[in-house]
Design a protein around this ligand. Structure first.
Ligand SMILES: *Cc1c(COP(=O)(O)O)cnc(C)c1O
Length: 232
């Protein structure tokens, strides 16, 4: 078995174990394999091991990979911050956008989502840690944004997304993920079903707090080598 297949299997086992601890069904947590910075061949290997949903953060890199992998049936999620001038290719080439944090961007995505595609699935990114370096709407503005986005055509608001602070402290990780869960509970009535939270280093804490999608890169594919030339 290749290293990526092993990484995927290890990751699925971590998810299953966390679900058992949390008293949840393993099927209630989806695994989004974050393939940013890894080559198309890595995605192909993961596909061969049964993985279908992939997350990308850098638009040009993602589009090139999609072209190379056109023969596979994959579900692509855009998980990076969304700039106004990139809404059209994102709306045209992805099934999901996780990083929506402004109404203006959501409106643009709604305007340019191609009519022949199903509605774009959207998560609102919330800055649960309050770090200035982080994207995302402030928690106390998230509900109002969710209500506005839920009204837009061509989009399907699914829930909320966050990136917790990089801390080795599981209790602090859980506190931050709990903020996202509380928002989903407060948004009852909007028909949301998604908490996109948890990465390689904190997926267990996220699952304890109700994550329905974990976004995992390095634990599947290995350490990333960033290359500024190719990842803009
Ligand atoms: C890169 C990235 C991930 C994956 O992070 P790992 O630590 O490699 O698992 C998840 N979510 C977002 C938004 C990312 O940019």
């Amino acid at each position: 078995m290749g290293v990526i297949s092993v990484g995927l299997q290890d990751c699925r086992e971590r998810i299953d174990r966390a679900c058992r601890l949390a008293g949840r069904r393993p099927e209630s947590v989806g695994l989004l394999a974050v393939s940013k910075t890894y080559p198309a061949a890595a995605v192909r290997e993961a596909y061969g091991a049964g993985q279908r949903r992939f997350g990308e953060s850098y638009l040009q890199e993602a589009l090139a990979k999609q072209t190379e992998l056109i023969d596979l049936e994959l579900e692509w999620h855009f998980i990076g911050p969304i700039q106004g001038n990139k809404t059209r290719p994102i709306a045209g080439h992805f099934a999901w956008a996780h990083g929506v944090d402004r109404l203006k961007i959501a409106q643009r995505l709604a305007e340019v989502r191609p009519a022949n595609l199903p509605p774009l699935n959207v998560c609102i990114q919330v800055n649960v840690s309050g770090e200035v370096s982080k994207h995302g709407v402030a928690p106390d503005e998230a509900l109002a944004l969710a209500r506005a986005v839920a009204c837009l055509p061509r989009l399907k608001l699914r829930g909320f997304m966050c990136i917790a602070q990089a801390t080795g402290d599981p209790a602090e990780q859980r506190r931050q993920f709990a903020r996202l869960r509380a928002l989903l509970e407060q948004a009852a009535g909007l028909g949301l079903d998604t908490l996109s939270m948890g990465m390689s280093s904190d997926l267990e804490a996220a699952i304890m707090e109700g994550a329905t999608i974990v976004r995992v890169g390095t634990a599947i594919f290995g350490q990333r080598q960033y290359d500024k030339e190719t990842t803009s």
